[in-house]
Design a protein around this ligand. Structure first.
Ligand code: ADP
Ligand code: MG
Length: 639
């Protein structure tokens, strides 16, 4: 996949490639002349040879010299440019030691191969970046709206909430909305990694970024473009590279400390071996130069961020948005996962199972009160209650709506005080509630301080919830806990069905926080704690856990904002998949660190004058070879 194709390069890379090729051609010619003994035959042959190799050297490496000089001037000299400059200038300078062989050819070669390596690096990084950008190519270019009886293309930014837009087959849905008319299939793969098309028709919600494949749709928008799903995702991805992993920070700090040490050691080798051990100056300087060439940390400086980048890319292809490499790093260590129930393990679309009301109360009226009180809530329960109400909502009759997190809602409907929620909410108003023999979530309704009856609703388990729990066990998660604000009976039923032994029910939002804090405290070893949730009241817990994972399609904006990882497909089975990707990424990062350091240390030791086995050529291949292998290894993360 890294096949170096000229057309895939950017301008700067093409220019650099041409420069390297010219330098390489000249170098080859001079090298042939040298081997043929042409230089030796000339008067002042060594100096002619010096001048000859200086040409390809400068063509290939003048920018490296300039960067090193720039670093010295700005008092931040210690980077790989300085290492390469000293080493290659040193190789040329060996001409001043007449008793040794000259090393001009190696000096030029080191620079040439180093530049081939950096070109390859920038190509690999560019390619990875591009493939993520391609995957994230979800931004719509226009929206079709009716203006004066004609369909015109406008900027998605110019569409208001409630406008009707037309989406033709082959076009991307530009804004979030509800289908008003038409029937079609949507390709959601760019958002969710899910390849099965989604059938949509009148009344169904559609998400911006999906591609409309078969039929024409008229959509009434429900958000402006700035707040659409597309914009939210793009923002998340753009910010991802800012949050660096500890390993990444370690590498850049490492390079800053390591380079001066290496330069110091090289000076020590050059000076101490002749003075203390009686080696010749030329041999000592040569050893020091080899030492410098091989010590270049570029293999790590490039391959580690590239691995994380690849891991984030691989995850986003599966509909998993990771907001920064540090979260990938933490996710790899997770061995405790706490789940919210409603909307996370269950669909969050409730059906009405029964309406229980005392004889005098009209059931339709009971449901009507509940639906009106819930009309402004985003809670999955509220949305479902409103949906199951068949009458027309009279929004003008609703006043003073107040959402009681983890309990329910209070509102004034037609001048009556209406409370809808669980037993805790009723308890607050000193209203006694009867027991209900049905298993399900119970919405008690009180009107003007009197008990009015209750609605029993039931949620459906997500099809992949069981698979998600099993997959987590398979990847070695030790502890799985379910935390819910729902009734004990419902919690027990859901936990039992999923095979989750540990669950806590009837939790207030702050109790969920306490539970997660307990898990954080009681963990043994280094295992991280992940919390998975969807609601507004989950947001603080998502922030508190080592890794917060939110449902992206169903989830509330607050949860998506607070989370470190967002599952665009709302599929809890993606968690185990994300952990697999995280672990693979960390494995590759570690391989690269160990491999690069080991090879370099061996060549460095072999370069010491008392051993003297390493040559400049070995050093060049040691450095460039390790970099290329590390990069190729890092690119595996993308798959
Ligand atoms: P979960 O932890 O399962 O996601 P929440 O913490 O959101 O649930 O809610 C806990 C309980 O509070 C619900 O089971 C329900 O009884 C009650 N509740 C919360 N919001 C509402 C609402 N808008 N209408 C009615 N009841 C609600
Ligand atoms: Mg929830």
């Amino acid at each position: 996949m890294v096949g170096l194709t000229f057309s895939a390069m950017n301008k700067k890379q093409k220019k650099k490639l041409k420069r390297i090729l010219v330098a390489l051609a000249l170098f080859a010619v001079f090298e042939v002349l040298e081997i043929a003994g042409v230089f030796d035959a000339l008067p002042y042959g060594v100096w002619v040879e010096f001048a000859a190799f200086l040409v390809p050297y400068l063509i290939a490496g003048h920018d490296v010299l300039a960067k090193a000089w720039h670093g010295i001037v700005h008092r931040q000299p210690f980077d790989e440019n300085l290492l390469m400059s000293i080493a290659t200038i040193g190789a040329f300078a060996l001409v001043f030691f007449p008793e040794t062989e000259p090393h001009m050819a190696e000096g030029a070669a080191v620079m040439l191969f180093y530049q081939v390596g950096t070109l390859f690096e920038s190509y690999a990084v560019g390619k990875t970046r591009k493939s993520i950008a391609d995957m994230m190519d979800i931004a719509p270019e226009f929206a079709n709206v009716m203006r004066d009886g004609e369909l015109v293309q406008v900027d998605p930014y110019d569409v208001a909430v409630g406008d009707e837009i037309v989406c033709k087959p082959g076009e991307r849905v530009p804004l979030d909305g509800v289908v008003v008319s038409g029937k079609s299939q949507l390709d959601t793969s760019a958002l969710t990694g899910e390849s099965v098309p989604r059938v949509v028709e009148e009344g169904v919600q559609v998400t911006s970024g999906c591609v409309n494949t078969t039929g024409k749709l008229v959509i009434r928008t429900t958000s402006v473009y700035e707040q659409s799903t597309v914009q939210r995702i793009l923002e998340l991805v753009e910010n991802a590279s800012e949050k660096k992993a500890r390993t990444e920070n370690f590498i850049s700090r490492f390079a800053r400390v390591y380079t001066p040490i290496v330069v110091g050691l090289a000076v020590l080798i050059a000076v101490a071996s002749p003075l203390l051990f009686g080696f010749s100056w030329s041999l000592s300087v040569q050893s020091a130069l080899i030492f410098l060439v091989v010590s270049c940390p570029c293999a790590l400086v490039i391959s580690v961020p590239l691995s994380f980048f690849g891991g984030i890319g691989a995850a986003s292809r599966k509909g998993i948005l990771v907001k920064g490499s540090s979260y990938l790093e933490t996710l790899a260590t997770v061995d405790t996962v706490a789940f919210d129930k409603t909307g996370t393990l269950t669909n969050g679309t409730f059906g009405v199972v029964a309406i229980h009301a005392p004889g005098s109360v009209d059931r339709d009226l009971l449901l009507s009160y509940a639906a009106h009180a819930e009309a402004y809530s985003d809670h999955p329960i509220a949305v479902s209650v409103v949906e199951s109400y068949s009458g027309e909502l009279d929004r003008a009759a609703i006043e003073e709506v107040e959402e009681r997190s983890g309990k329910g809602v209070a509102a004034r409907v037609n001048a009556h005080r209406v409370l809808v929620g669980n037993a805790a909410l009723m308890g607050e108003a000193d209203i006694d509630v009867p027991d209900c023999h049905l298993v399900g979530t119970i919405l008690h309704v009180a009107v003007d301080g009197e008990y009015y009856g209750h609605i029993v609703i039931a949620d459906m388990m997500k099809e992949n919830a069981k698979e998600a729990v099993d997959a987590l066990r398979d990847v070695g998660v030790r502890e799985i806990v379910m935390l819910t604000g729902d009734r004990e009976e419902v919690a027990a039923a859901v936990a039992g069905e999923l095979g989750i032994a540990e669950y806590r029910a009837q939790l207030m939002p702050q109790d969920k926080m306490t539970c997660v804090e307990e898990l954080l405290e009681h963990r043994d070893g280094r295992g991280g704690v992940a919390f998975v949730g969807d609601g507004i009241n989950d947001a603080p817990v998502l922030m508190r856990a080592d890794v917060g994972i939110a449902m992206g399609a169903m989830g509330s904006d607050a949860a998506i904002e607070a989370a470190d990882i967002v599952l665009m497909n709302d599929n809890p089975a993606s968690i185990a998949r994300a952990m697999g990707i995280a672990r693979k990424t960390m494995r590759i990062v570690r391989q690269n660190i160990v491999f690069a350091l080991a090879v370099k240390i061996v060549i460095m030791i072999l370069a010491l004058p008392m051993i003297g086995i390493s040559t400049m050529w070995l050093a060049v291949f040691g450095d460039v070879g390790v970099s290329v292998l590390a990069i190729l290894n890092a690119m595996r993360c993308l798959r």
